[in-house]
Design a binder for this molecule. Structure first.
Ligand code: SAH
Ligand code: SF4
Length: 407
């Protein structure tokens, strides 16, 4: 297909200007952007709608990662697509499978512009009747919550919409969760029996500090003609970036989880320091105004159980008071320790007492079962391996130095 000079220039401009964002990948483009990208490489406008629908189907229903598999597209066009675009997966640096079936992948994404390649973790948690994928939104986190391992890794960068979606695509590849490539074209997305039935933005990073990419990725993940995850099965967890909670409700429309963890500003300032910027009253107000909350679509409040810090029955009483009138579910998370953490997990008996109290006040209060602990895949334990290695090396060095001191 010959391209006019104008078109060639447009493509070059597009490729250069987008290079730092998403390279030339088609993954992570909204439908109309995908169509536009096709027009820019010379696909006639009249054809572009049909072509973008076909490609969308191959990418998100069939999960192909090579243009050559797109059988209803001519060989010549597939060749042109492959010359201009990529739909490749990232490198899987490591795949770990826990005794309880939890899986963790360490993925490496190529460098963007002058930056280095980055590594992030994604976790899959199989449960009776469903499978949840825990997705990262950033490499590291800027927010330094005092009980969270990710918070000790300084932010390296935001992930792009492509990189957020690739976590879902890689997980489905590895779990055999895409329809077999040879099933007839037109195969529809199964409503049940999927390995990844739910996704939670609860991996590394604060999703509401990477709003645009998270929004694009989640809108693509919930597109009914593609990955088609119901928005009721997608949960976005935030430490409380109040202005973007409103936007998330209006522009993304997924389920909301709030990392609450404390019921007084004094303690929350210490545990979740973003509270100093957006204190409890503003946070709770944003929750009260979150659209479409009902008894069937409740807000989840996450509450990490820290021994002697936030786990008394007075705390439980104040928690119930604070959430009065909100359709809420309170998820109690036993604290997951990590090397160097300064807290201990509450005693099991105390967690149960706390849960019973809340429950008697009318709130569902499930205690989150720690999963994948043997592979450090539990909440708040994620941190990229390269960082951990550096820490291990540092600790080894420190041990050597202090060893010398003693001798
Ligand atoms: N940044 C977002 C989402 C990622 S953290 C947020 O903070 O909501 C996902 C959940 O794990 C949050 O509720 C977080 O507070 C919790 N968490 C972090 N570290 C933890 C730890 N060590 N033990 C238990 N839960 C932890
Ligand atoms: Fe960041 Fe969430 Fe960890 Fe806080 S709990 S440091 S917001 S990832």
């Amino acid at each position: 297909m010959a391209l006019s000079q104008d078109l060639t220039e447009t493509i070059e401009r597009r490729n250069t200007s987008d290079q730092n964002e998403s390279g030339n990948s088609l993954i992570g483009l909204m439908r109309k952007e995908l169509r536009q990208a096709l027009i820019e490489i010379g696909i006639p406008e009249k054809q572009s709608r049909m072509r973008s629908s076909q490609i969308w189907h191959w990418l998100y229903v069939r999960g192909v990662s090579d243009f050559s598999a797109m059988k209803n597209i001519s060989k010549d066009l597939r060749k042109i697509l492959a010359e201009h675009f990529s739909i490749a997966r990232p490198d899987i640096v490591e795949e770990q499978i826990s005794d309880d079936g939890t899986r963790k992948w360490l993925l490496r994404f190529a460098s963007r512009g002058a930056g280095k390649p980055v590594e992030i973790e994604t976790v899959y948690i199989p449960e009776e009747g469903r499978g949840t994928l825990c997705i990262s939104s950033q490499v590291g986190c800027t927010l330094n919550c005092s009980f969270c391992h990710t918070g000790t890794q300084k932010l390296v960068r935001n992930l792009s919409a492509e990189e957020i979606l690739l976590q879902l695509l890689v997980a489905r590849d590895r779990l055999g969760d895409f329809p077999h490539i040879d099933t007839p074209q037109g195969a529809i997305v199964p409503g049940t029996g999927r390995k990844v039935s739910n996704i939670v933005m609860m991996g590394m990073g604060e999703p509401l500090y990477n709003f645009e990419s998270v929004k694009t990725a989640l809108l693509i993940a919930s597109d009914p003609e593609g990955l088609s995850l119901s928005k009721r099965r997608i949960t976005l967890s935030t430490s409380g970036v109040v202005p973007n909670i409103k936007r998330a409700g209006e522009e993304i429309g997924v389920m909301l989880a709030i990392s609450l963890h404390a019921v007084s500003d004094r303690l929350r300032d210490e545990l979740v320091p973003i509270n100093k910027k957006y204190p409890l009253a503003e946070l709770i107000d944003a929750c009260r105004n979150y659209p479409n909350v009902s008894n069937a679509k409740r807000i989840t409040f996450e509450y990490v159980m820290l021994k002697g810090v936030n786990d008394s029955l007075e705390d439980a009483r104040d928690l119930v008071k604070l959430l009065k009138g909100i359709h809420a579910k309170i998820n109690l998370i036993p604290f997951n320790p990590w090397p160097g953490s300064q807290y201990q997990c509450s005693d099991w008996e105390q967690i149960e007492k706390f849960a019973d109290f809340i429950n008697q006040c009318g709130y569902a209060s499930p205690i989150r079962k720690p999963r994948g602990q043997d592979i450090s895949a539990a909440c708040g334990q994620l941190k990229s391996e390269s960082e951990r290695l550096q820490i291990r090396q540092r600790l080894a060095l420190e041990a050597m130095i202090s060893g010398h001191g003693e001798n």
